[in-house]
Write a protein that binds this ligand. Structure first.
Ligand code: PMP
Length: 379
């Protein structure tokens, strides 16, 4: 056996992650769906004061049940559903990545199956692998919507313990209608948890409802959210979910004690106090997204309808050449999704102007047909 003695299935694997290039090499970073706007000086000052206030008691473990934060998250989510959300319906962890891993730890495991429909978020199979859960992937339709009959048939056949579906989907931006979510919850039944990953939920277009509205009807429904995107708090690591209290209670069995640091809790609470200001930028980003989609279509490109803070566009005979051509012009986007497609995160108007100029040049120079050898993530 080679050293280190990794378990079977992990040997030779690379850690997940988009390439992180320096700002010198890629001054315009539109590759990981971050919010381009940092917090204002007022919010920064409030966060700093909140951290200072807990700093003197960092010799003590934090509130293991993060009671205050749960209540604040419940209050925040309540605006997205007429039924309200109680704090015993909330669970949180270090990013929705950790929330989802905990869901797999609690409800997946050896002999159990987790299922999604591709193209989908590339971390899901990793949560399954890490928890020794069998991973099954169905396919979305050509327009990236979910073919309900096929989806239901796959669920019936595989009898999964978890179904994981981003809505809006990453990397396509496609949101699921309520009918689809309800039908999947019913088809899956109570021996299966249906996770609707609303990491990009706040960016959905007018008229697209949140799955939170369905919680009272569907006991096996879990809706996950994150503060990484709309709240511009990717660096703080705070993800959360809303679900039946019994589901939140079950996750407590697998969570590490004190998994949410006092600092994380303080920063998240400060951000939630400033929710209106932080979220004001979401409307600007949605406008910029819609303009980007229109502009890309104007260039004769195919663009998936997007309810998120990114757009998937194509199709290119050689997408890597387009990605490289943009990088040569200082713009880093993501080579992800089905063959031929690329994903661009929505940045500031100034960044999007540079992106448009760079893409116009790349398309005009015919670089798209030329493959240049460069190391690139395809995850
Ligand atoms: N779900 C989806 C669909 C995502 O795209 C991401 C991040 N890119 C996450 C979850 C995880 O985000 P975080 O851990 O920062 O909350």
């Amino acid at each position: 056996m080679s050293f280190p003695p990794l378990r079977e299935g992990l040997q030779g694997l690379e850690p997940y992650g988009a390439p992180q290039l320096s700002l010198t090499l890629a001054p315009v970073q539109l590759n990981v769906n971050e919010n381009p706007y940092g917090p204002s000086p007022l919010v920064v000052a409030d966060m700093a004061a909140a951290v200072a206030a807990v700093a003197s008691s960092l010799n003590r473990y934090p509130d293991r049940e993060f009671v205050e934060l749960r209540a604040a998250l419940a209050d925040y989510l309540a605006k997205d559903t007429p039924h309200g959300i109680r704090s015993d319906q909330i669970w949180a962890a270090n990013g929705s990545n950790e929330v989802m891993l905990q869901l797999l730890q609690a409800f997946g495991g050896p002999g159990r199956t987790a299922l999604s429909f591709a193209p989908t978020y590339s971390m899901y199979p990793e949560y399954a692998r890490d928890t020794s859960t069998t991973w099954v992937e169905g396919q979305r339709a050509d327009d990236f919507t979910l073919d309900l009959e096929r989806a239901a048939a796959l669920i019936g056949e595989q009898q999964p313990s978890l179904v994981l579906l981003p809505s809006p989907n990453n990397p396509t931006g496609t949101a699921l209608p309520h009918e689809a979510i309800s039908a999947l919850c019913v088809e899956a039944g109570e021996s299966c948890i249906v996770v609707i990953d609303e990491a990009y939920g706040e960016f959905r277009r007018a008229g697209t409802p949140s799955a939170l509205e369905l919680l009272p009807e569907q006991r096996n429904l879990v809706v996950t959210r994150t503060m990484s995107k709309a709240f511009a708090l990717a660096g703080a690591r705070l993800g959360y979910l809303a679900a039946d209290p019994a589901i939140c209670d079950a996750i407590r069995v697998v969570r590490l004690p004190y998994h949410l640091s006092a600092i994380t809790q303080a920063v998240a609470l400060a951000a939630l106090r400033h929710a209106p200001e932080l979220l004001a930028r979401v409307d600007e980003l949605k406008d910029e997204r819609d303009q980007t989609v229109d502009w890309l279509r104007g260039q004769g490109l195919e663009v998936a309808d997007s309810d998120a803070n990114f757009a998937l566009f194509g199709r290119f005979a050689d997408r890597h050449a387009v990605w490289q051509g943009l990088l040569d012009r200082g713009v880093l986007i993501r080579e992800v999704g089905p063959p031929g497609w690329l994903r661009v995160s929505i940045g500031t108007p100034a960044e999007m102007t540079i992106f448009r100029r760079a893409l116009t040049e790349v398309l005009a120079t015919g670089d798209t047909d030329v493959s240049k050898a460069t190391e690139v993530s395809t995850a």
